[in-house]
Write a protein that binds this ligand. Structure first.
Ligand SMILES: [Zn+2]
Length: 260
């Protein structure tokens, strides 16, 4: 197992989705032994942040390769920082690089024709949404469920297109609302697209105990969601999830659901 990421190859992957200026800015912002805020809000760099972000991208792409090569049908990569808020030239919301979008382009480059990014983090993946609009890619789709009228205040239903499906959910709802939405709208949309691969922006901050969301999903809901996605080849990357008791239980339940 290689410990250090292969910088040149990783940078090549990052530059499929991000500008050179963005990558340079992130790297130049790192100050050794200091914690640096890079967006004036909530996105910070410490000594190993960039290394961790790059290794997360490598691991995600490796898992996609493993599915392509038939080693497994499903994988979940537990890496941080998250990625779905990162735009092509902007870090935000704890995210430096958009791992899931980089992975989607990688998946297509190795022969997955039709790829869906499904994002079930409590926050809308504004970075992924923006990259979708910048890349005219007929075989790439984005489906997001997220809390409406909430950070980052994007992803209204009326911004949906033929390839971008935004499903905001009202705050202070719960399991029944979530399951009904998935059964009536999300899963039928996925079925209609009939993708070769589903990449998951797997955020677990819609959990009822999470400090950053108000959708009140339960650990059982994540099991249910995993079960309902196991008809597909899936590779998941960890996005949000900030209650450190709820997060591992939610991840475990999701994996158990996928294993059915
Ligand atoms: Zn989130």
């Amino acid at each position: 197992m290689q410990k250090e990421p292969q910088t040149r190859d990783i940078d090549h992957l990052i530059l499929t989705a991000h500008t050179k200026n963005h990558l340079a800015l992130i790297e130049e912002s790192l100050i050794e032994d200091e914690i640096t805020c890079i967006d004036g809000q909530d996105t910070y760099l410490s000594n190993h942040s960039i290394e961790a972000a790059k290794q997360g991208i490598v691991n995600f792409c490796q898992a996609i390769d493993d599915v392509k090569n038939g080693k497994t049908e499903r994988a979940l990569c537990l890496s941080r920082p998250p990625g779905h808020h990162a735009e092509s030239s902007k870090a935000m919301g704890f995210c430096l690089f958009n791992t899931v979008f980089i992975g989607a382009l990688h998946a297509q480059s190795i022969g997955f024709d039709k790829v869906v990014i499904l994002d079930f983090d409590v926050h809308h993946g504004n970075g992924t949404d923006a990259m979708m609009r910048q890349n005219n890619n007929d075989n790439l789709y984005f489906i997001s469920t997220h809390q409406g009228d909430h950070y980052p205040w994007t992803g209204n239903a009326d911004t949906s297109t033929a390839q971008i499906h935004n499903f905001p959910i009202d705050a202070n709802t719960g399991s029944s609302t979530m399951r009904e939405l998935y059964l009536k709208r999300v899963l039928p949309t996925l079925k209609k697209i009939n993708p070769d691969l589903v990449l998951l922006s797997a955020g677990f901050d819609a959990h009822e105990d999470d400090p950053h969301g108000n959708l009140n999903w339960t650990t059982e809901d994540y099991h249910w969601l995993g079960t309902h996605l196991n008809n597909y080849k899936t590779v998941a990357t960890l996005e949000g999830g900030y209650n450190l008791q709820a997060l591992p239980l939610s991840v475990l339940n999701f994996i158990k659901g996928q294993d059915k």
